[in-house]
Design a binder for this molecule. Sequence first.
Ligand code: FAD
Ligand code: FES
Length: 266
Amino acid sequence: MKPTIVKILNIEEEAENVLTFTLDYPALNSRPGQFVMLWLPGVDMKPFSIASDDGKELKLSIFKVKKFTTALFEAKIGDKVGVTGPFGNPYSWKQGAHVLAVGGGYGSAPLAYLINEAKKDDCTFDLFIGARRKNLLLYSNKFPEEFTHIATDDGSEGHTGYVTEILEEKIKKLSSKDKKRAVVYVCGPELMEVAAAKVSQKYNIPSQISVERFMKCGFGVCGQCCIDDTGEPMCIQGPVLSGEHALSLPEFGKYHRTKAGAVEKY
Ligand SMILES: Cc1cc2nc3c(=O)[nH]c(=O)nc-3n(C[C@H](O)[C@H](O)[C@H](O)COP(=O)(O)OP(=O)(O)OC[C@H]3O[C@@H](n4cnc5c(N)ncnc54)[C@H](O)[C@@H]3O)c2cc1C
Ligand code: FES
């Protein structure tokens, strides 16, 4: 699949070690929860969740980790990158639903895209963002304070503890009418995802979870992202799965596989 070569229109500092890249990509036609493969010639091609796509510009919020992201962080406005996609199964919602979006790490980026699109269908929302500390919180100022709920491990902002604890507190306070129209949407570290899926199950609220695996091609050819036993490629059948489906996978919350296929436990 040939990448589309696009220009970097803007680079914005989002949080510690996180940049948001705005790319000149008209008509990507993506849905929230989908991802693109970003290609840096001579470096590699890696998957990133779509943080926003307004039909003119594509935004990606990216944490600096190692080789690929370090090279990307050296890019300047006006430089060009390659993009393929959109790929994967998106989040879905019904008109007038109540979105309970739970994000950790870069997870709040695709969830912000989900909230902005779902609002067009008269959905209401609460966004729960978790991080180890305040400086790592992503998108904590993007939505009104009353709908943004924060948890940090060290208590430097919001609730001290896990983001799933504030999710559960909020669910307990929902009216029965709101509970009926609620859906929990999750993207973040896998152990957080497991906890969020279980909280949702406990209160009989459906959930949709982004299950991410090492991806090399992004469109079902290389087999790198297939789940053990079921063989489902997460780049096609995922990344978004129902909470029940995710919890039934033998490796969900237990381990994933590295680039070389070796098991890496959580
Ligand atoms: C569907 C999906 C959506 C993602 N969305 C985002 C996003 O919006 N923002 C963001 O910052 N990161 C996102 N990632 C993770 C991102 O792809 C990696 O952080 C990035 O590739 C790291 O590359 P690196 O060379 O800098 O570091 P490396 O040292 O190569 O990788 C560091 C870690 O990143 C993960 N990783 C590396 N390469 C891949 C790959 N090809 N597929 C999956 N995971 C990989 C592995 O856990 C690895 O241990 C997403 C991953 C997936 C699968
Ligand atoms: S990344 Fe190649 S099959 Fe999924």
